[in-house]
Design a protein around this ligand. Structure first.
Ligand code: SF4
Ligand code: SF4
Length: 226
């Protein structure tokens, strides 16, 4: 899932200061699961904003709504009336959802209420960790299912840097060495021979380094002929 975290209320209050009626718009998928932008957080942030404005004796109306997904156009049907009633939207979606909302409502200011962090998982209660950098050419199969790009701090593809201590990364001692994890995993599945292969540099042109990406599936497109 996409993992995000909430911006602080002081920053949100300042960001929205010029608007009198604001819709806090939640998203019911990834950011709900990572406890950043679902219905519960919409309620919490809305209440915090109301209190903050009241303490400063400022008049603002804060509306609340959560839709299933902000990154898919079909779900905006449920938000049209609410968005049309306000001066601005504070979107609690990931960066894709915020932009989709802005595209869907081109005449309404839309602000990001979250900082989108990474693609990751819930590692344990209250801790989310990055697992994928969406590099565009997945090499997990060659590394036993452990991503060298995200799990190794230096994204090394051909072995460790040599700085690990007790299985921990020299860049961040609270992080497992990605190459220790790759070695342990390949050993466990009987594929240590994979370590003898020398891999070519990663093709970063397929990542965001190559520019804004898109996928076109001709078999899925609906083309209207005129
Ligand atoms: S190799 Fe690339 S696509 Fe695969 S998990 Fe790592 S960053 Fe993600
Ligand atoms: S210690 Fe391990 S994870 Fe950290 S940079 Fe070196 S090889 Fe990568």
């Amino acid at each position: 899932m996409i993992v995000a975290s909430r911006k602080n209320i002081k920053d949100l209050k300042e960001m929205l200061a010029q608007h009198k009626r604001i819709l806090v718009l939640g998203c019911g998928t990834c950011v709900t699961v990572c406890l950043a932008g679902g219905e519960r957080e919409v309620g919490m942030i809305s209440s915090a904003l109301r209190i903050a404005y009241k303490l400063d004796e400022e008049e603002h109306q804060i509306d609340e709504l959560t839709i299933e997904r902000q990154c898919e156009n079909e779900f905006f049907e449920d938000a049209i009336e609410a968005v049309q009633s306000v001066d601005a939207v504070l979107s609690l979606a990931c960066g894709a959802g915020v932009q989709a909302t802005a595209e869907r409502f081109p005449n309404t200011p839309v602000y990001a209420g979250l900082d989108t962090k990474f693609i990751g998982i819930l590692q344990e209660q209250g801790i989310w960790t990055e697992k994928c950098a969406a590099c565009g050419e997945c090499v997990l199969g060659e590394y036993g299912g452990v991503c060298p790009i995200t799990r190794c701090s230096k994204s090394l593809l051909n072995g460790p840097c040599g700085g690990a201590k007790n299985g921990k990364c020299e860049v961040s001692p609270d992080q497992d060495c990605g190459w220790q994890l790759i070695y342990d995993r390949l050993k466990a599945i009987g594929q240590l021979d994979r370590l003898e292969e020398i891999f070519s540099p990663h093709d970063w042109s397929k990542s965001h380094e190559g520019g804004c990406r898109k996928i076109v599936r001709e078999d899925q497109r609906i083309v209207t002929k005129v």
